[in-house]
Every structure is written in C-alpha cells, then in structure tokens.
Write a protein that binds this ligand. Sequence first.
Ligand code: SF4
Ligand code: SF4
Length: 289
Amino acid sequence: MGNLRRRLTQVITAIITNGYLPGFIKGDIYRGNLKRFCVPGLNCYSCPGALGSCPIGSLQAVIGSAKYQISFYVLGTIALIGTLLGRLVCGWLCPFGLIQELIHKIPSKKFRISSKNPAKFAKYLILIIFVIILPMFVVNVVGMGDPFFCKYICPAGTLEAGIPLVLMNPSLRQAIGFIFSWKVFLLILTILASIFIARPFCRFVCPLGAIYGLFNPISFYKLEVNAERCIKCNKCTKSCPISIETYKTPNSPECIRCGECIGACPTKAISSSFGFKESERKFRQMEIE
Ligand code: SF4
Ligand code: SF4
C-alpha cells in the first residue's frame, strides 16, 4: 500500500510539473511566469512540458551570471525544501528517480552496492566542481559561465529535453555536435546501469540529491528506530534499495525515504514522522524524572 502511494505520488508529480502540453505538440518550451519558481526535484527547464525550473539548473545559471550573483532565492528554496523533507524529494517527487525505478524493473540480474561504498562521494565532487566552481570561474569575455553540469553531464536533461526537442525540431537536428553525442552516451550508460543497480544516478551522480542528503539528519521528516523493539535481524538493510543499515543510521544522507524498510521490519521498530518525535519523548521523560 505504501509502495502504491509512493508510485502514485511520483507519477502525479511528474505529470503536474510537466503539464505544458503545447510544448510537446509544438516542440517548444514554456516561458511563462511559473518558470520563476523551482520544482523540488531534478526536472529539466528545457523539457517541452516543464512548468517550473530545475533547482540545479537555476543554481548554475545564477552562479554563472555576468554579475556573479548567488541567488538567495534559489538557495533559500533548496534549503527550505531540504529542511522540511530532506531526500524525501528523491524518493517521492523526482521524475528522474521514477524513471530509474521503472527501468530497474526490467528483468535481469541485480547488483547490490553497499551504502558505504566510497563511490557515493562522487556526487559531492560533481556538485562542487560542475555546479559551483566551473560556472563561477570558467567564464567568457562578458563574464558569463556555462551551466557545466547541465551542458556536459545531466542525463535527465538529455532524456527530458535534449532528445524530444531534437526529434521535434529539424533545425536543431542539423546543429547536433559532439556534446549532444557525449550526453546521449552518458544517458545510455545511466539507463544500462539502472537496469542492474537501483538508482545509480541518485546515489553516485546527482548534485541535488547530494544537497538534500546533507539535510537528512536535521530535516523535519525523519525515520526513527525503536531500539527496544529492534532485534537486529537486518531485514531493513536487505529490503533497502540503497543497502542502508537502517537500524544503525535511519537518517543517513543516502536514504531516499522510500519507506521499504518500514514495511520490511518484522517488529515494526521503524517509523517515520514530521517533527520532533524523539526529542519530545526525551523532554517528557525529563519532565517525569
Ligand atoms: S528490520 Fe527492524 S528489527 Fe530487523 S534490524 Fe531492521 S529495524 Fe531492527
Ligand atoms: S533506509 Fe528505508 S527509507 Fe531509506 S532508502 Fe533504505 S529502505 Fe528506503
């Protein structure tokens, strides 16, 4: 039931945030007032249906702008969403997360990679180098930097925007060059990896997941493990697509808040909540003592 609720939320969010139908018919993009706002997940600005802006695209755009501004609005939006939800966005609201999960359903041998694998740090390097440093310092004669992550890496942008726009616009087809081919290659790699590994892009590449993950330990939305109920059977880890030891680190930065572990726990030791459940309990206990 929890899984169905999550899948429905993912599908409805993807449809709503990409609801500009004329874009798909005309091969154009929406440029109205809603584009001033960021959607919570990684959703390419140039997707023909996109009604809002991608937080990572917006962040690079302002870092790379000629006036060298950091947009407090974009940072504030990301911080607000992170503080409230953490990586719940990744598990429930991101269209590219949904796409990877659907691809992972293709029958094949599946490989589990530990949540402790050092490859998880690659997404922080990508965030620092491609989203912040390169757009800030590699600039043209008028002082503007490229959105390096969008331009050279993002497979979500290639799938949601690059390929549909190229297919619908003959003029764009003639302009295809090495960068487009490179990005299609990265997209194919991501799709192939998603067949065999759960959410490879989210775990090892996504700079937005890297940012939201830093909020997991402090966000209002939390997982909690009742130590008295936990029998350390490890079923939570086995059910987790990211192989997190939930009973040890319920608020790991890697957790996408999918809730699989909650359903798998035989003693109902894991729960999720918005707010200060644990600290409230300690506070009440202190009052009693
Ligand atoms: S599945 Fe539940 S009881 Fe088993 S280790 Fe995880 S939290 Fe503890
Ligand atoms: S720890 Fe639980 S909620 Fe987090 S990713 Fe693993 S199964 Fe999903």
